[in-house]
Design a protein around this ligand. Structure first.
Ligand code: ADP
Ligand code: MG
Length: 328
């Protein structure tokens, strides 16, 4: 079983950034208001994610590390996935490719810790901590050395971790995020929780991540079509960051990289952009979870809509109307 877990885990965990994505999405799911990520050697030797979310009851700790033992999917409707996560195998996968420990405490109870190394689970032990969860992953890929060869420099891996965090943070402006390097103590990224009504927290978070030049030159989006809702910020065609492509697309609060959506983004700007320039925008598409499959592949962020043509029209028309209003 341990060997099978290690093979399956390679599908989910490609590099430190993919481990961070799974752990931080779990913390967001747990309702955390602050999430701290500490890495060493670009996440290769250490990834520690600390959150102040709801925690995991001691009796459920072994279950949290078991493959497919997710609390969110009952198996009857895999399409009906409201939150993040690939079918309850992230923690099991991380415990298969590294040395994992999960320490957690729910309100009104004592804390507990459980470990898993190379796919082998260890017993539960009492532990002291604040309410919330600390997940520590050491020696990523020690159990699958072939994977290590594909990693880039510590610096490049740390950069990928920071980019992953920024993307998740765009969709969660009310949550505070920090990323710290364990050896130097240096804070690589710090995003304080944003407050306010409507799109104000999103605007403030995008300002913190993309800079005031983006938000000062962007217009809010609001459109709806056949049950799909589009919100977000779109930069005016005159805004340009040179070669840097700033296109961020989210489906039901989850960052995705999807050709249909980025294609629609480009099409929305098609008559307005000068050759060689890239439109910049953060687009949020929201719909009934039953109308989109966000788990086409665990490591890829593709999505499959029930009605792709409608989603494309929503984005193209939503962008064109907003940009026409702003440029005339
Ligand atoms: P999934 O997120 O798809 O359910 P995971 O393997 O990522 O699968 O996590 C398994 C389960 O462990 C989650 O469903 C959740 O109940 C619990 N869990 C994991 N991380 C946390 C966390 N940071 N806070 C609270 N519960 C967590
Ligand atoms: Mg998960």
């Amino acid at each position: 079983e341990a060997a099978i877990n290690r093979i399956a885990a390679g599908e989910v965990v490609e590099r430190p950034a993919s481990a961070v994505k799974e752990l931080v999405e779990n913390a967001v799911d747990a309702g955390a208001r602050r999430i701290e990520v500490v890495i060493a050697h670009g996440g290769r030797s250490l990834i520690r994610v600390t959150d102040d979310g709801c925690g995991i009851p001691e009796a459920q700790l072994p279950l949290a590390l078991a493959r497919h033992a997710t609390s969110k999917i009952d198996g009857t409707d895999l399409l009906n996935i409201r939150s993040f996560g690939f079918r309850g195998e992230a923690l099991a996968s991380l415990g298969a490719v590294g040395r994992l420990s999960v320490t957690s405490r729910v309100e009104g109870a004592e804390g507990a810790r459980i470990g898993m190394s190379g796919g082998r689970a260890e017993g539960c032990a009492p532990a002291a901590l604040d309410c919330g969860t600390v997940v520590e992953l050491r020696d990523l890929f020690y159990a699958t050395p072939a994977r290590l060869k594909f990693l880039r420099t510590d610096r490049a891996e740390a950069q990928a971790v920071a980019d992953t965090l920024r993307r998740i943070a765009m969709a969660e402006p009310r949550v505070g995020f920090t990323l710290r390097d364990d050896e130097s103590g240096r804070v690589i990224l710090r995003l304080d929780p944003e407050r306010g009504e409507g799109q104000a927290p999103l605007e403030a978070r995008l300002r913190a991540i993309l800079g005031a030049e983006f938000t000062d030159n962007a217009i809010p989006l609001e459109a709806e079509r056949e049950g799909h809702v589009l919100t977000g910020l779109a930069a005016l065609p005159t805004y340009s960051r040179g070669a840097a492509v700033q296109q961020f697309v989210f489906v039901n609060g989850r960052p995705v990289r999807d050709k249909l959506l980025t294609g629609a983004l480009k099409a929305g700007y098609s008559d307005l952009m000068h050759a060689g320039r890239h439109p910049a925008a953060a687009l949020f598409v929201t719909c009934d979870p039953a109308r989109v499959d966000v788990n086409v592949h665990p490591a890829k962020a593709e999505v499959r809509f029930r009605d792709p043509a409608s989603v494309r029209s929503l984005i193209v028309t939503g962008l064109r109307q907003a940009l026409a209003g702003a440029t005339h």
